[in-house]
Design a protein around this ligand. Sequence first.
Ligand code: BEZ
Ligand code: FE
Length: 284
Amino acid sequence: MADRWFNETNSAELVVERLKRRADGALPKFLVSLVEHLHLAVRETRPTAEDWRHAIKFLTNVGHASDDRRQEWVLLSDLLGVTALIEEINSRRPKGATPNTVRGPFYRADAPRLPLGANISLDGKGETLQVRGRVTDLDGEPVAGATIETWQANAQGFYENQQPDLQPEFNLRGVFETGKDGGFHYRTVRPCGYGVPADGPVGQMLGGIGYPLRRPAHLHFIVKAGGFETISTHVYDAGDPLLAEDALFGVKQELLGAFRKQDAHWALDFTFVMVRARKERRAA
Ligand code: BEZ
Ligand code: FE
């Protein structure tokens, strides 16, 4: 029996045994894996009791910094790559389809619907960027009537809802609809890369150890069409030097767009490739 008392070697085993006596299900299964990995990490890194009190204090602060307007837990999940991993597992798509990536905290559901060609830069500050694109299915057939919601940071790297006193409401946001040829186009300004919020416990902790907190320049899109899986993604500036160090691990080859200089302005051409909604894919 003596070897059944809790000790450094059998700690995870004993906890796991207790968990496994409980009903099966996703939560006990997740807890088993979590306990095994957590005990291993503690054995390997040997924190002192004081180190552990610091860790608990950090988690307490993350909770206190989270409310309806700010989600510090989501930021922690994003920066440790967990959000990107969950996305990878759950929205795997066939080759050639546009993948999803992290949506991020700056989305607003109520952006204005605009006619094709409209300018979403309401303060005109920055270098003009002409965005043109198409929405197609996997066979390259146009998807007419798809809605394209877009939002982005300005030329200084700030979203309109981060600077409500400095930027016009709904600056750099809009919802467009593709024409018969699946095409859409609008005008905006070239976005700039930016740092994720570093004024909370997560940014301070990770910034304090020199962890990358910057994001390369990107545009956000949500593309919806009846009978197709919704795409929630970014298009990144393929020339941005920060691509390999994206703080959120959101960059994928298929999401790189060529921002080209044309005379006095910039131009981007991008095709979103949608896949049939899962039910319909199975039936096909
Ligand atoms: C963003 O890309 O908008 C973003 C996503 C997660 C954390 C911070 C910013
Ligand atoms: Fe963003």
